[in-house]
Ligand binder design. Sequence first.
Ligand SMILES: Nc1ncnc2c1ncn2[C@@H]1O[C@H](COP(=O)(O)OP(=O)(O)O)[C@@H](O)[C@H]1O
Ligand SMILES: [Mg+2]
Length: 250
Amino acid sequence: MILDIKDLCVSAAGKEIVKGVNLKIKEGEFHVIMGPNGCGKTTLAKAIMGHPGVKVTKGDIVVDKQSILGLSPDKRARLGLFLQFQNPVEIEGVGFVNFLRAAKESQTNNTADIKEFMGEIRGYTEKLAITNGIIGRSLNHGFSGGEKKKAEVLQMAILKPKLAVLDEPDSGLDIDAVKAVAKNINEIAKKEKMGLLVITHYNRILSYMDPQFIHVMVDGKIVADGGKELVHKLEKDGYDSFVKAQNDKK
Ligand SMILES: Nc1ncnc2c1ncn2[C@@H]1O[C@H](COP(=O)(O)OP(=O)(O)O)[C@@H](O)[C@H]1O
Ligand SMILES: [Mg+2]
């Protein structure tokens, strides 16, 4: 799959937030968008997934040469997109395992062999240090912030999307959990040859990951593209130099 974001403008509550983003992600590539709080990262992620709270006012989002702007989130998921939200929803009454199984079955049109399926889940719960308790509970219901994040990595591992978009996968995690989550995302994406777009305002998670392309977002625009050297520049200078350069342009 190739995701092609073309001159995309997105607004929420009547305010323009994403202001002309161009981004192309080819099969199996690992991209990171970094940017300060409030620059529009989550709004961009919501537009990719078709979240009803945001509105695309200009430009296009193309998957394999077809515009996806008219498609529901569910249809986008069937094309192979997976989005991890910064604040996952809680669904009471839907068991986590059943949810995963239903999602997998609707994707493959096959009934998953329950023994095999549970075996696969168990492999990942060990790697992610997920306590057994949450697997038996309702999806995200009463999960701690860290448990929600881990549960989503587990969903990604099981569903094997063509492209996963992960918004702040490290938010709310303690140091050990950041490491487990980041390493597993990196490993799973590599193993399954998934495309990956990780969105973060903080470079900590990147010490456990191997992204190929880094994009810096400021005030609704991508203002710099590069490799991991950009992360080191951010570690040294912070976002200030990018914000200043952007303000000088105005
Ligand atoms: N539904 C909304 N209504 C009003 N303002 C919003 C809405 N969603 C986002 N914003 C504003 O848009 C800006 C960008 O938000 P967001 O995309 O969440 O940034 P980031 O994820 O980079 O921190 C912020 O100033 C935020 O307050
Ligand atoms: Mg955000």
